[in-house]
Design a protein around this ligand. Structure first.
Ligand code: G
Ligand code: G
Ligand code: MN
Ligand code: NA
Length: 254
């Protein structure tokens, strides 16, 4: 309950921060996008992990406001970077299953887009398998609605959802993110590399951009480039960083 009250306060004060983790081109390692990750710096407790407060936000209904705040912040950032000519590619926003189930989501996105003056194709919404799997009529409607506005869609944590693969053919997905558990085991388990190679081929053959998450070593990065993965995200290249730091990095890379 303490966490819930504190979260209420920080949401009202617009005190949550959005950090950015750059993604790189797997072949030349140039920055080609980023993932927006919400961060909460509590005055007494220090950083509280989204792994802890997102579930609280969902249970208490605050996730809707949190999502709106994150969208507003990211759209504003993308607008500024576009204006400065330093936007390197798409910026991804995570949507939790509960946000995706909310029928208000499409209206909120459309309002936010109208107010923002950005190119919607520069925003990617990341969904997990558990968000898209259960109710396919609702899912199709939501996904098509998001696409119709011009945004792009990514399937996050791919391969961990115990789900059927048939949704890959039915849903309008632009990007596939290989879950970091596969990448972690690349060096120890040769079969994991075979699996990754086939996931990359699967994604690319369905016209999706394939991103490997959680890349922590140069050996992993080199192997993924050889397997023709498109993009890489992971601590080996960049950690999530505050907006100001991200912006400085983009200006240096211009
Ligand atoms: O950044 P970190 O590894 O601590 O994130 C932990 C989890 O929180 C990840 O699953 C990530 O997708 C999720 N997360 C981070 N930012 C957001 C956000 O803005 N909205 C939602 N719904 N989830 C987020
Ligand atoms: O569930 P989702 O994929 O949205 O989670 C993204 C989270 O993964 C972020 O919180 C980010 O901090 C974390 N992350 C990004 N790169 C790495 C990495 O190389 N290693 C580990 N352990 N975590 C990472
Ligand atoms: Mn994600
Ligand atoms: Na992920």
């Amino acid at each position: 309950l303490w966490l819930e009250i504190e979260l209420q306060k920080v949401l009202q004060n617009k005190g949550l921060e959005v950090w950015y983790q750059p993604k790189v081109n797997a072949h030349d390692h140039s920055i080609n996008g980023a993932e927006a990750l919400v961060r909460w710096k509590h005055p007494v407790e220090g950083y509280i992990s989204p792994g802890r407060f997102i579930p609280v936000a969902e249970r208490s209904g605050m996730i809707e406001q949190l999502g709106i705040n994150v969208m507003r912040e990211v759209f504003e950032g993308v607008h500024n970077w576009q204006k400065q000519g330093i936007l390197p590619g798409r910026v991804a926003i995570n949507l939790s299953p509960q946000q995706f189930r909310n029928p208000n989501l499409l209206t909120q996105m459309s309002k936010m887009l109208q107010a923002s003056n950005i190119n919607p194709s520069m925003i990617t919404f990341e969904l997990t398998e558990s968000a898209v799997m259960n109710d396919s009529d609702h899912t199709i409607q939501m996904l098509n609605g998001i696409k119709k506005m011009g945004f792009t869609l990514s399937i996050d944590d791919f391969g961990t959802g115990y789900s059927s693969l048939s949704y890959l053919a039915r849903f309008p997905l632009d990007e596939l993110k290989i879950d970091r558990t596969f990448i972690m085991e690349m060096d120890a388990l040769p079969k994991q590399v075979t699996l990754i190679e086939n996931i990359i081929n699967l994604g690319r053959s369905l016209d999706m951009t394939v991103v490997a998450e959680g890349v922590e070593t140069s050996a992993q990065a080199n192997k993924l480039a050889r397997l023709n993965c498109d993009s890489i995200q992971g601590f080996h290249f960049y950690r999530p960083m505050p907006k100001e730091e991200f912006e400085t990095l983009l200006q240096q890379n211009k």
